[in-house]
Design a protein around this ligand. Structure first.
Ligand code: FAD
Length: 447
């Protein structure tokens, strides 16, 4: 069966066992399953050809970016082809005057950063992995600056997608706003390869801020740190990043990266200020708010390399934590709640870890009401971590929140879709059937 695909696409098709295994797993889903073959697309025509073959052969197709997702999104649930887009990685057009860049889906976050280096512009969405922009759009990813600049949806102006039928659609327009028709662009963002394959993106860029300062604030108690985060969000401070790390994370960072941060619950806060003069006043107000919540320790970083070191540590927190528990399995939660529920939610997660006797670390984009708990268990005890994760989702939903702030639904969060969306889930299924009537694209995910 695969021979006919190989006959069409030649050495772009691989059945090498190592490559199959690498495309049958993600960063965290505990049940890997290799695809039948991997197609390494280098142009849109390869995507169209793979889908034509899949329609004829009745075999599923799963788009694949960098495989850094967490929820089983790229893991086949039956016979499937993995359609790897990483080699479609050209930056097609940088249009600084329009604050736009047009790229292929396999461009990674850091490759885009490098391509924009001398433009005075940047793309703000920065997940902690070197994901592809196609994968980031497909998961509606976000990152540390989302609190100020938004996640993928507001930062993608236009998309080209190939449907299961082979039809190519242009969605959105390269404009700053539009009120034209149903917003299919936003429907495809976050659809995790279940509705179409993204083959081109037009992204919005932002001027690199001139006056940036970063504050590291230590607390004796994690809930106090969450309270301070809430107070900062309620102030007029120009918060551009607002990240919470617990003492366990700081200890892991110190050990893995050779740092000497005080091992205490900490907020990393970045401000993008309008003038150099405003920095001192902003830092003072931020410290005052943090002090009222119980902050014990402050450090201001204004130099570029000092700030870079802080955000490097934040981006590497996951790996630092994982390296602390060799041989263990990690379960990562991703709930988000309305901001006023952030403190009760953090307290609940802390107490539940203690009640269930689980080692876990709480880190997150608290300015967005979104945090992760990383729970380490020996593989044979993973059900205990899943129990924790399930209870956390239920509490988030009860507080008006969501099962996934940024990682997506994939396989692991599917059981909560009905509770979160009610009858709207049925309409999601109808939308899936409309775009992909033969259920060829990433079947079994989301709906
Ligand atoms: C250490 C670490 C830190 C992380 N931090 C964050 C974070 O801060 N914020 C965050 O949001 N996520 C984070 N993630 C999760 C992950 O990086 C994101 O979900 C990312 O967007 C996935 O991109 P990818 O290229 O790896 O996609 P993949 O994992 O390859 O695919 C993800 C989904 O997108 C689909 N897909 C991929 N490419 C396309 C395409 N061209 N067209 C259609 N569908 C496609 C796939 O089918 C799959 O369903 C982190 C992961 C790690 C390992």
């Amino acid at each position: 069966m695969i021979e006919t695909l190989q006959a069409q696409l030649g050495d772009k098709v691989s059945v090498n066992a190592y490559e199959l295994a690498a495309h049958g797993r993600d960063e965290n889903y505990p049940s890997p399953h290799p695809p039948l073959a991997v197609v390494y697309a280098t142009e849109r025509a390869d995507v169209v050809a793979t889908l034509a073959w899949a329609r004829a052969a009745h075999v599923a197709v799963i788009p694949f970016g960098a495989g850094t997702s967490f929820e089983g999104q790229v893991v086949p649930q039956g016979p499937a082809i993995s359609l790897d887009l990483a080699r479609m990685n050209r930056v097609l057009r940088i249009a600084p005057a329009d604050f736009l860049v047009e790229i292929e889906p396999g461009v990674t976050r850091t490759a885009l950063e490098a391509a924009l280096r001398y433009t005075g512009l940047f793309f703000p969405v920065d997940p902690g992995a070197d994901a592809t922009l196609g994968g980031m759009a497909a998961t509606n990813a976000s990152g540390t600056t989302t609190v100020r600049y938004g996640g993928m949806r507001p930062n993608v102006a236009a998309l080209e997608v190939v449907l299961a039928s082979g039809e190519v659609l242009d969605l959105g327009r390269p404009v700053r706003k539009t009120s034209s028709g149903y917003d299919l662009k936003d429907l495809f963002i976050g659809s995790a390869g279940t509705l179409g394959v993204i083959t081109r993106l037009t992204l919005r860029l932002h001027p690199v801020p001139e006056h940036v300062h970063t504050l590291r604030v230590g607390f004796t108690d994690l809930a106090q740190a969450a309270e301070a985060a809430y107070a900062m969000m309620a102030s007029a401070l120009p918060v551009a990043r607002l990240e919470l790390l617990d003492d366990l994370s700081l200890r892991a960072i110190n050990r893995a990266l050779g740092r000497a941060y005080p091992a205490q619950p900490t907020l990393f806060i970045e401000f993008h200020s309008s003038t150099a003069e405003s920095i001192a006043a902003e830092a003072e107000l931020a410290q005052e708010l943090a002090r009222s919540a119980g902050a014990a320790d402050f450090a201001l970083a204004r130099a570029t390399d000092e700030r870079a070191a802080i955000w490097e540590a934040r981006h590497k927190t996951y790996w630092a934590l994982v390296s602390q528990f060799p041989g263990h399995t990690y379960t990562i939660t991703d709930t988000a709640v309305p901001l006023a529920q952030l403190v009760p939610m953090v307290r609940y997660a802390q107490e539940l870890l203690v009640t269930l006797g689980l080692p876990g670390s709480i880190i997150g984009h608290v300015g967005d009401g979104n945090f992760h708990t990383l729970v380490a268990t020996p593989p044979e005890e993973i059900e205990r971590a899943h129990d924790f994760s399930g209870r956390l989702v239920q509490r988030a939903l009860a507080l008006g929140g969501t099962a996934s702030g940024e990682h997506g639904i994939g396989m692991t969060k599917r059981p909560y879709m009905a509770a979160e969306h009610g009858t709207a889930l049925d309409w999601m299924r109808r939308i899936k059937a409309l775009f992909d009537p033969d259920n060829l694209l990433n079947p079994g995910k989301i709906v």
